[in-house]
Design a protein around this ligand. Structure first.
Ligand SMILES: Nc1ncnc2c1ncn2[C@@H]1O[C@H](COP(=O)(O)OP(=O)(O)O)[C@@H](O)[C@H]1O
Ligand SMILES: O=C(OP(=O)(O)O)[C@H](O)COP(=O)(O)O
Length: 394
């Protein structure tokens, strides 16, 4: 790796601000439903503790839009981290301000302080210099172990590196090494699978991916925009209406580039977003006004599974449906089974994608589980992620 990592510096007796991605899925009651992103940072935290650093942890959770929204508090994460690390974690009521500065100042080597959600402040996402400087003022060194958010030029990810030396954490190092190897010279056929709900964030990635992959499989919420772009009614489905033209261009571009672009031919529709909804499978040209597409249908699953049989490299971000509800999890399960069965080097990334994969029990069959979804897609595109670019060169 061209960037310095924790191993290249001396952290003994230092205060270290570590940016992590603890944006973990939670249920409505506030229980963490998948803690992979927390567990993935333990080697870095243990390394820092063994090397006698005082640790200040910063993270976002969800998208609270610059407001202190209690449902997005990191408090449940503090509890889980304490259990996993087997030691007490101090939890700060905010991420900046005099109280936090006092807690950071008194922090001793071997102690751990978790800050409250960085996105409670709009300055985080604006990459505000004053906010970055205030975070930097808490510590001597910044460590980026938040691969999952390194495609965002945010204050705690990018801005902070302008004020204190910044290096990669051990998770970041692992992600870069693995994804780098897999995507520099992928064994073909190379298949990318994109689904999930962050459509406007990720649809732009498809343009570049069309220059890299042999087959592109689209499912989940992402598929609905493509279904609408083909002129079909999508009822109450999640659709990004301002991306229809882009979706049409992508369909045309795939054709011109001879990329096998696979879109659903059938979908599972429901009359509401709930486990007890009325549910049926319909062809994509038969979605009725008051219904919403919440999973790919069985015919589509079969086509997608067949397209994965001969794959040699697979990158997957975004579930094929609302997998959290069993009735809409079948498409994701079918694709997970096909990826697991194939001989491909497989990379599955993203907070919800990891949760979906673990629900299928097939996680052990995947070559690399990446903590980043959007980040791994942008890395795959060949983009330099701002959070990585900002780290100190070797
Ligand atoms: N057809 C759909 N309509 C609405 N939401 C969907 C649909 N398919 C999947 N989803 C939702 O997408 C979410 C995950 O999307 P995303 O955040 O993009 O994935 P990741 O976290 O893996 O990057 C899941 O919560 C899932 O319920
Ligand atoms: O969950 C995340 O991304 P992902 O859904 O692409 O895996 C990261 O924590 C980034 O979150 P963001 O997309 O709200 O910036």
């Amino acid at each position: 790796m061209e960037k310095q990592s924790l191993r290249d510096i001396n952290v003994s007796g230092k205060k270290v601000f570590i940016r992590v991605d603890y944006n973990v899925p939670m249920d409505k009651a506030g229980n963490i439903t998948n803690d992979t992103r927390i567990r993935a940072t333990l080697p870095t935290l243990q390394y820092l503790l063994e090397n006698k650093a005082a640790i200040i942890i910063g993270s976002h959770l969800g998208r609270p839009k610059g407001q202190p929204v209690p449902a997005f508090s990191l408090s449940p994460v503090a509890k889980r981290l304490s259990e996993l690390l087997g030691r007490e974690i101090q939890f700060a009521p905010d991420c900046i301000g005099p109280v936090v500065a006092g807690l950071a100042q008194n922090l001793q080597p071997g102690q751990v302080l978790l800050l409250e959600n960085l996105r409670y402040h709009p300055e985080e996402e604006k990459n505000d210099a004053k906010f970055s400087a205030e975070l930097a003022g808490l510590a001597d060194i910044a460590v980026n172990d938040a691969f999952g958010v390194s495609h965002r030029a945010h204050a705690s990810v990018e801005g902070i590196t302008k004020f204190i030396p910044a290096v990669a954490g051990l998770l970041m190092e692992k992600e870069i090494t693995f994804l780098g190897q897999a995507v520099t010279n992928p064994t073909r056929p190379f298949v990318a699978i994109i689904g999930g709900a962050k459509v406007s964030d990720k649809i732009g990635v498809i343009d570049n991916l069309l220059g890299k992959v042999n087959t592109l499989i689209i499912g989940g919420g992402m598929a609905n925009t493509f279904i609408a772009a083909q002129g079909y009614n999508t009822g109450k489905s999640l659709v990004e209406t301002d991306k229809l033209e882009l979706a049409r261009e992508l369909i045309a571009k795939a054709k011109a580039k001879h990329v096998n672009l696979l879109l659903p031919s059938d979908v599972v529709v429901a009359d509401k977003f709930a486990a007890d909804a009325r549910v049926k499978t319909v062809s994509v040209d038969a979605i009725e006004e008051d219904w919403m597409a919440l999973d790919i249908g069985p015919a589509t699953s079969a086509v997608y599974a067949a397209a994965l049989t001969d794959a040699r490299t697979v990158v997957w971000n975004g579930p094929m449906g609302v997998f959290e509800l069993d009735v809409f999890a079948k498409g994701t399960e079918a694709v997970a089974q096909a990826v697991a069965r194939s001989a491909a080097v497989s990379i599955v990334g993203g907070g919800d994608s990891i949760a979906a994969l673990e629900k299928t029990g097939l996680a052990a069959k995947i070559s690399h589980i990446s903590t980043g979804g959007g980040a791994s897609l942008e890395f795959l595109e060949g983009k330099v992620l701002p959070g990585i670019a900002a780290l100190t060169d070797k």
